[in-house]
Design a protein around this ligand. Structure first.
Ligand code: B4P
Length: 194
């Protein structure tokens, strides 16, 4: 199986690139952000709790996202592999994912980390906020909080995967197609080696 953690700060382009990668490599896209937004749009109890947290720009509790990822992986038993987009975001989430994949006889193949300047991140998210009305993209204060939360809780995951020899930094500035090509080069290099 090809199991990719697509990593990067808010607005790095994880969702955008995931769409292209799943088409090319036939993978299942698991985005915890999308799953939480689905819960919100369906008005579930979980969604209502998640909305107030997400609107502040902070992370939803680990046990909530681990629970939703668990049930999705279970329901996709015949998959070629997965793209984990926006998950894991904390060390406990990464440890839970390793344990979960181990019980399925597989593991993370690589972490691909999109590297993007902070100024560019804020610009992209404000633009998306205008276009989509997504409430957590609405103002610069919430965006800054999300970036701070990323630096504090999520950035340490780079070391976690680096210690496993799985970290690969990828230039995330440029056009969507240029960045996609950077990601494909990394993936094709890995699959040639294996
Ligand atoms: P997510 O939904 O994961 O969203 P994101 O990090 O903000 O965005 P992403 O990197 O996917 O950017 P995108 O491609 O859309 O998280 C939202 C919230 O959910 C979190 O703050 C948290 O509260 C909660 N959450 C999610 N997962 C969690 C977890 N595991 N644990 C706890 N809480 C969790 O791109 C952004 C914009 O840039 C788009 O408008 C796009 O069109 C544009 N763009 C992309 N590539 C571009 C390029 N090359 N040039 C110009 N613009 C580009």
């Amino acid at each position: 199986m090809l199991n990719i953690v697509l990593f990067g700060p808010p607005g790095a382009g994880k969702g955008t690139q995931s769409q292209k990668l799943i088409e090319k490599y036939g993978l299942i896209h698991l985005s915890t952000g999308d799953m939480l937004r689905k819960e919100i749009s369906e008005g579930t109890e979980l969604g209502m709790k998640a909305k107030s947290i997400m609107d502040q720009g902070i992370l939803v509790p680990d046990e909530v996202v681990i629970g939703i990822i668990n049930s999705r992986i279970d329901s996709e038993s015949g998959a070629n592999g997965f793209i984990f987009d926006g998950f894991p975001r904390t060390i406990p989430q990464a440890e839970a994912l390793d344990d979960l994949l181990q019980t399925k006889g597989t593991e993370i193949t690589t972490m691909l980390a999109l590297e993007v300047d902070q100024q560019e991140l804020v610009k992209r998210l404000l633009l998306r906020g205008e276009a989509s009305g997504r409430s957590d993209d609405a103002n610069e204060e919430v965006i800054s909080q999300r970036i701070a939360e990323y630096e504090d809780k999520t950035a340490p995951l780079a070391k976690y995967y680096n210690d496993q020899g799985k970290y690969n930094g990828v230039k995330g500035m440029g056009t969507v197609d240029e960045i996609f090509s950077n990601l494909c080069k990394e993936i094709d290099g890995l699959t040639e080696v294996n």
